[in-house]
Design a protein around this ligand. Structure first.
Ligand SMILES: [Zn+2]
Length: 237
């Protein structure tokens, strides 16, 4: 009897200690841009002599007049709510559109310090041709010393998130793209991707993304992609 009580106690203790040991995964959401561009420069990677401006400011809806910074934040806040509801801890690089953009070294630094499972950067695209449309997802190109520690996981995340985003929004699938020139990727020490949900310079996609319904669709697709990448069930998004 005592042995049985002790074994039950041991099982209970093991269960409670594993519950406390399993800290919730952290995802850093990075809504692209801010109220104002930042034309200061920063190195494109650690130790690099090549510098790029911190933030050109993003694009704008050709029909809606919405700034990309506003759209990125609106979608990001919905992803935040969906992920928190299922127990994912979310750190935002910004939660308002109110200041000068902090730049990409700083954004990556937030993800690194948070020990993020995923650094999810949310943007919308712009092009000189209003015909350009569709969703795509970018991830870091392989570069020894900069991205070799995050390349494989980033690419895996990009594949999953892109497929869920396309499924949720129904925009054309522009696929994946590796980028060696993204400061925010080269400074990241955690898996990083950047989604371009659609083109704000395309009237059809701009009109859609100006609606609550499509913003919610985008957020649900991103939530599903993140949960699948984390090895969790996406059904609660
Ligand atoms: Zn952007």
């Amino acid at each position: 009897m005592i042995a049985r009580v002790l074994s039950i106690l041991a099982v209970a203790l093991a269960a409670s200690s594993s519950a406390t040991a399993a800290a919730p995964p952290v995802v850093v959401i990075d809504p692209g841009h801010d109220l104002r561009a930042n034309l200061q420069t920063e190195p494109i990677g650690p130790g690099s002599a090549t510098r790029k401006i911190k933030d050109g400011g993003g694009t704008r809806g050709v029909v809606s007049g919405t700034t990309e910074a506003q759209l990125n934040l609106a979608i990001s806040l919905r992803v935040l709510a969906l992920l928190e509801r299922v127990g994912v801890r979310v750190v935002m690089t910004r939660s308002r559109t109110a200041g000068t953009s902090i730049g990409n070294v700083a954004r990556a630094g937030i993800a690194n310090r948070a020990g993020a499972e995923l650094f999810l950067r949310i943007h919308a695209d712009g092009a000189s041709s209003s015909a350009a449309r569709g969703s795509h997802t970018l991830y870091p190109a392989l570069r020894t010393g900069w991205t070799d520690n995050i390349y494989g996981r980033s690419r895996a995340a990009a594949r999953i998130v892109q497929s869920e985003l396309v499924r949720a929004l129904g925009f054309p699938d522009r696929g994946l793209q590796e980028r060696s020139d993204f400061t925010g990727f080269n400074w990241a020490d955690v898996p990083a991707i950047l989604v371009e949900v659609g083109f704000m310079t395309n009237p059809t996609e701009d009109r859609a993304l100006a609606t609550e319904a499509y913003r919610e669709r985008a957020a649900r697709g991103l939530c599903r992609g993140v949960l699948r990448f984390l090895g969790r069930s996406p059904t609660r998004c």
